[in-house]
Design a protein around this ligand. Structure first.
Ligand SMILES: [Zn+2]
Length: 249
């Protein structure tokens, strides 16, 4: 089988930064065990909750460089990850409160502010890793109109939301299908994410590209780690670990 015919698995660790260093280490070790190496992406938060600035964490920046050298694709993942904007409009306000627990940083930003945070985040991440960032992924996968407009002008190679991966330069969709991910915030969310992952292990088999995303909070819940392991084993029985950049070629 030619490589391009093989079904692909794209694995990512969200919320990478000094705030969650030990959790990210554990997730990277665990996933690398399944993948036979660091064949994964990391989503880097430049200043998580305004409490963990990458700019003042030289040891962590060096660690990012080491991971990038080892082949990890590095995405810019918002700026603070927190939604500090006031939402005009009932729908945006509802989404911000109920879908994201206040983590939808790019849902309510205007284009100028979204572009400013994208550019500053990219500068920090690229300075740390010594190469171009793989793309931009908004916190909680939520993009408002301003964020979409900013993506069209900031020149990132790739972006994704919960349902697709696309190329911001022309809007072309490069992969479709829901991300398999887990939520650790509450018992209800833990149970529903376990249920969805079990369904996805069967139901998403036809997808040519399957995306799996893990978060630092997953490391606190043994049942989630178990579900992540099962999902990785099941996916890798039928797929090869790939890179987001493969979608561009
Ligand atoms: Zn995130």
């Amino acid at each position: 089988m030619r490589h391009s015919d093989a079904k692909r698995l794209l694995v990512s660790i969200h919320d990478v930064g000094p705030m969650f260093e030990s959790e990210v280490d554990r997730l990277a070790d665990r996933l690398a065990g399944h993948l036979g190496g660091l064949r994964l992406a990391m989503l880097v938060v430049p200043d998580h909750w305004h409490q963990a600035p990458l700019s003042r964490a030289p040891a962590f920046r060096a660690k990012l460089r080491g991971w990038a050298d080892a082949g990890v694709e590095m995405f810019v993942h918002g700026w603070s990850h927190r939604d500090d904007s006031r939402h005009a409009g009932a729908v945006a306000g509802f989404k911000a409160r109920h879908m994201t627990a206040g983590e939808g940083e790019f849902l309510g930003l205007d284009a100028a502010e979204a572009a400013r945070r994208m550019r500053e985040g990219r500068a920090l991440v690229e300075d740390a890793i010594g190469r171009p960032a793989a793309g931009f992924i908004a916190p909680a996968w939520l993009y408002g109109e301003g964020a979409h407009a900013a993506l069209a002008e900031t020149g990132f190679a790739l972006a994704e939301d919960h349902m697709r991966v696309w190329r911001p330069s022309d809007g072309a969709t490069l992969a479709r299908g829901p991300v398999v991910t887990w939520a650790s915030r509450s018992r209800g969310r833990i149970l529903s994410s376990l249920f969805f992952a079990a369904l996805a292990r069967q139901g998403l088999k036809p997808l040519s590209t399957l995306r799996v995303a893990v978060h630092p909070g997953d490391t606190r819940i043994p049942a989630l780690l178990d579900s992540i392991d099962r999902t990785m084993r099941s996916a890798l029985a039928a797929r090869q670990a790939g890179r987001y950049a493969d979608l561009l070629t």
